[in-house]
Design a protein around this ligand. Sequence first.
Ligand code: ADP
Length: 255
Amino acid sequence: MIDAHDLVKHFGPTRAVDGISFSAQKGEVVALLGPNGAGKSTTMRMLTGCLEPDSGSAAIAGHDAVRARHAAQSALGYLPEGAPAYPAMTPRAFARFHLRVRGFTGKALHEAAELALERARMGEAANRPIGMLSKGFKRRAALAAAIAHDPAVLILDEPTDGLDPNQKDGVRALIRMMAPEKTILISTHLLDEVEAICTRAILITGGRIVSDTTPAGLISTAPDQSLAGAFRQLTRHSAEQTTARPARSRKETPA
Ligand code: ADP
């Protein structure tokens, strides 16, 4: 359902993504794990068709993310970094707008919007302008819009960023609830999040995959048998390997 084939992306002299390949199937909750600047968001932006790779390709539900962007995005819900939204719209209007753009009308639109708002636990905040909401509610408004059309694939960039511990638990429970029917990719640098909800962890650093295994498999590689220990060991090793490589061309398309 998610296929990345040798994705490469430069920003000027920075090789942000340096040959990322992986596939994920229905039922998997895959963590894209790595330190800040590792290339997680850039990889997600290429998978979602928001950014064109310099080389390599990505596909969602069998549709190429660039050449068949419309079909790929129909099967996809994307929560971007920072969750941009229209500040004057309410979360309810924002979810409905997303659904209308995707061709929903009438009763189906109404029911899908209400279910998404309920699943994101928006409560009364669903009727207040997004610009006036707290960071946590803004994030959940964007999450409601991303899941509203019930896509087969969810790509969520730091889904619990800015949420308090109770809100984090709520979003993690929602991800677990949706997981059996979907393919879910989340980016995170929170190790407890990986253990709490993910079936698989892809660790990247310097734009490269340095480990692709289950959370338990990752833990077993660490001398101290902890995720933090595995993270430290694998990211240090790769940072030494991937410095001072030449840049290639830049090619970017608007979101
Ligand atoms: P992560 O999500 O893992 O924190 P990113 O994918 O955001 O990492 O960034 C990877 C690298 O690419 C970083 O060095 C970052 O500074 C750089 N980068 C990301 N987006 C841009 C951009 N639009 N312009 C220039 N550099 C960028």
